[in-house]
Design a protein around this ligand. Sequence first.
Ligand code: FAD
Ligand code: NAP
Length: 339
Amino acid sequence: MSLVLQNEVSLKPFNTFGVEVRARLFAEARNDDEVRQGIALSAERGLPLLVIGGGSNLLLTGDIEALVLRMASRGIRVLADDGERVRIEAEAGEVWDELVRWSLAQGLGGLENLSLIPGTVGAAPMQNIGAYGVELKDVFDSLVALDRQNGEVREFGLADCAFAYRDSLFKREPGRWVILRVRFNLSHNAALHLDYGPVRQRLAEEGVAEPTPADVARVICAIRREKLPDPAVLGNAGSFFKNPLVPAALAERLRSEHSDLVAYPQADGQVKLAAGWLIDKAGWKGFRLGAAGVHAQQALVLVNYGGATGSEIHALAERIRADIRQRFGVELEMEPNLY
Ligand code: FAD
Ligand code: NAP
């Protein structure tokens, strides 16, 4: 098989903000060989290479003068099953939520709290995706990535990936690694994580006394559908800012000024603040700047009401950042990847 190259392709269908920009060259890589072809072609044409998955964590601020390579490799397989622990492997282009649903259909636990996160398997380690008290690192076994610096394929174990809150080695070395496939440790008898937000309460309301992973997934999907705008309806990239980790002294000062501050002490002594609370408190919820806006129900989500450019969304984000810095002395960091 050889890579099919297209010229001047609109990326609107390939980013969940629905921003209209074009890629100088575009191709879909269905296997490792096509990834290598993409790397070789970008070098031949003198263009940078931008690897994307589902485009759900991108903010595209202009036309992309690059070869945009969309990961389209598919395949999920069981590598080992000892009756208790199950090691599985998925190709980078697999849709993340399809992997979650596949695992639940096999009766396997581990991925249920990460239900309904958009995007691909290959992008999931980039920011160590997390939701409802579980992060990718909690179920991670290893991954295989291609080093664009020398063309070598390397295997990464948990300790090699430097996973942290919405962060990893791969995010800190942008453009270097192409993640080809990821392996996970799942279980036939996984311990469930129910103590986050309304999960336990929702299960109780449903009368579920002994939940299965599938029950947890169902409840989390329902909560997410209620709280988050569907990118197919309203362009967005999920949470626009990371929840800031601040020194305990700053959190204490803010608590003395705002008794309703949402803050979670961390093991390392820092305190995690809810960025959505800060933005809401500062009065940004529902704010619109042209076609860009702050979602009316969820202040952490910036949205494209239709026709907003990436630069407009970025300008709104910068105004919010400056305001939060000035009001609270807290620095917000953008979560989506800016191009
Ligand atoms: P893309 O947006 O295509 O790419 C993201 C970055 O990864 C880019 O820098 C890209 O170059 C790089 N990349 C992509 N694939 C590869 C690869 N194979 N190898 C190397 N680099 C690659 N995130 C969470 O953590 N938790 C959530 O609960 C969550 N909820 C969301 C809800 C909504 C409605 C939306 C729109 C987004 C949400 N996100 C969440 C953010 C996003 O879905 C995740 O970060 C997801 O993992 C991005 O996957 P993607 O395939 O769309 O990546
Ligand atoms: P939420 O439940 O309203 O909580 C607000 C914030 O407080 C969350 O961001 C969360 O941080 C933190 N929090 C809540 N309960 C916590 C606990 N028991 N311990 C530690 N921290 C706690 O959040 P939400 O916006 O509806 O999102 C629910 C989950 O889905 C969160 O985990 C969130 O990260 C995830 N999510 C992520 C994205 C994204 O694009 N990254 C988009 C939608 C939802 P954490 O974020 O650290 O969990």
